[in-house]
Design a protein around this ligand. Sequence first.
Ligand SMILES: NC(=O)c1ccc[n+]([C@@H]2O[C@H](COP(=O)([O-])OP(=O)(O)OC[C@H]3O[C@@H](n4cnc5c(N)ncnc54)[C@H](O)[C@@H]3O)[C@@H](O)[C@H]2O)c1
Length: 317
Amino acid sequence: MAVDTMESGKHALVEVPAAVTIEEAWQLVNTAERTQKNCMMLENVCYGRDELMVLNMVRQGLFGELLHGEAAYIHELRWQMKEIEHKTGSWRTHWHAKRNGNLYPTHGLGPVSQYMNINRGDRFDYISSMSSPALGRAAYAKREFPANHERNQLNYIAGDMNTSIIKTIKGRSIMVQHDTTTPRPYSRHNLIQGTNGVFAGFPNRIALENGGSKSFHEWDYDMNDWYGKYDHPLWQKMGAEAERNGGHGGMDFLMFWRIIYCLRNGEPLDQDVYDAAAWSAVFPLSMDSVADRSNSKDFPDFTRGTWRTAAPLGIVT
Ligand SMILES: NC(=O)c1ccc[n+]([C@@H]2O[C@H](COP(=O)([O-])OP(=O)(O)OC[C@H]3O[C@@H](n4cnc5c(N)ncnc54)[C@H](O)[C@@H]3O)[C@@H](O)[C@H]2O)c1
């Protein structure tokens, strides 16, 4: 659909993930380059208040030189297996019976990639991935559906918890986890570690060697002062309206507001086709690595070298 959209002369805005194979990711890149149309994956989490604030903190050097990030989609969604004909469970359930890897990487990974200037000074080099046993979905089906129900006929192969580690060209590491099955609280981790300290989400907490309110041995869970000092200018300007309009706490509204602003004013979108391709590529590459005893798999350089000179995403206002 995205390729057809660009071929017909329109910009394409794509839901997550933008591609489920490396070939599809290249198709998006090739088509966007040839048609000179925007192809943006709608990674709404990049517009969350906390993610925008952390990006602002990173850009101001609060954490020092960046070393390591952690990202996740940990969201118990077994109940969606009851969505049979439509909605998310109608497709997500089948991926669990088809593939073993990180089936849905971009929500946690998008913001961490922006903190690290992925495709704009650094890029993903390779990935190693490992999955736990796949037990939870079959057990849930047995408990919740009649024995002869289709949900009990599926062979669930996606490990309940998938853990991948990405190495970047600059040597940084990013842990990415996927788990939509086990009973535990929601998390996208949203962790960024630098030479001066760390921010982590779920719940938000911060520890710094220099510039923190406490010793770095202790987490500071009180975000009020940090919001006051580091809220992203976009959130300062639009946050109240975003919260009023809603959509995942306002991030959906802010994303669309920003897209429309950029298109009307001839400014580049905050996420481009190279981001869509690289972030989505974690899905197929993690599967290949899991199937190959976690041996590393290389990311293609979707930017064809321009990651070296592309300008980092600024603190837009
Ligand atoms: N960013 C977010 O926070 C967020 C939240 C939920 C869903 N999503 C994404 O939104 C997308 C849709 O999810 P959903 O829960 O609305 O699913 P859904 O099943 O409700 O909707 C998918 C629709 O696509 C149609 N469809 C399927 N295959 C098609 C094809 N080949 N050609 C044309 N149409 C086709 C289906 O008929 C269905 O109407 C997914 O990519 C999902 O990852 C994103």
